[in-house]
Design a protein around this ligand. Structure first.
Ligand SMILES: [Zn+2]
Length: 222
């Protein structure tokens, strides 16, 4: 359930900075959310990665000879090899005609109440653009006009009890539609902000702060 001042009431429709917002908490869940929209926990304890939990070979079951944590995992008995690769995620600077950018207030921990761009993990065989359009459709109910690549920066997320390394891929786009249907579980509220005035400390993720700096440079704002 939404909780910030700009968050509309579930089941109602209201105008938020010129667009009609309708919150539907019963939206179908996209496969891209299987990982959860998660992030590194500020001040978190030392977090283990999935590679630290491979104590037995997942193919033949033989106990690992060496200490857990190496990447790739190689089974000395059957030769099974597994690379713990970086995951990929997308996020987008959605612009209005006045140059403002759509930020969300995160609806869940970690970073609940902090500003973020909308996005999520890519699914297998998706392009970055397809993943972006799907996530924006799922979380905001918006369709996007042309997407332009901004850049990509590494991030660390806490997902499923593990620290996950992620490459966050950023785009910019204009909204092709204006009526938003928010996923209340993911999105606590939406705000159209002048991106040049956003306090970086209010942004939930380090990669988004880096992306914002690059985005502003691209606009000639800094
Ligand atoms: Zn094995």
């Amino acid at each position: 359930m939404a909780s910030t001042e700009n968050s509309p009431t579930t089941g109602s429709a209201q105008h938020v900075t010129g667009v009609t917002v309708h919150v539907d908490s019963d939206l179908p869940r996209g496969t891209g959310e299987a990982h959860g929209q998660t992030s590194v926990r500020a001040g978190a304890e030392a977090l283990l990665e999935a590679k630290d939990h491979f104590h037995f070979c997942p193919r033949c079951g033989v106990e690992r000879a060496a200490a857990a944590g190496a990447n790739p995992y190689r089974c000395g008995a059957c030769g099974f090899t597994f690379y713990f690769n970086t995951a990929s995620a997308v996020a987008v600077f959605i612009e209005d005609r006045d140059g403002k950018v759509l930020f969300i207030r995160r609806g869940r921990e970690p970073g609940r109440g902090k500003l973020a761009l909308t996005g999520g993990f890519t699914d297998p065989r998706e392009t970055g653009e397809e993943a972006t359009r799907r996530e924006i459709r799922e979380e905001l109910g918006l369709e996007l006009a042309g997407l332009t690549f901004v850049g990509a920066w590494p991030n660390q997320y806490y997902a499923g009890g593990f620290l996950v390394h992620v490459l966050d891929i950023f785009f910019r786009a204009e909204a092709a539609t204006t009526t938003m249907t928010l996923d209340a579980e993911e999105v606590g509220g939406v705000e159209w902000l002048d991106p040049g005035t956003v306090d970086p400390e209010e942004i939930a993720f380090p990669s988004m702060r880096q992306a914002l700096r690059a985005y502003l440079r691209g606009r000639g704002a800094v």
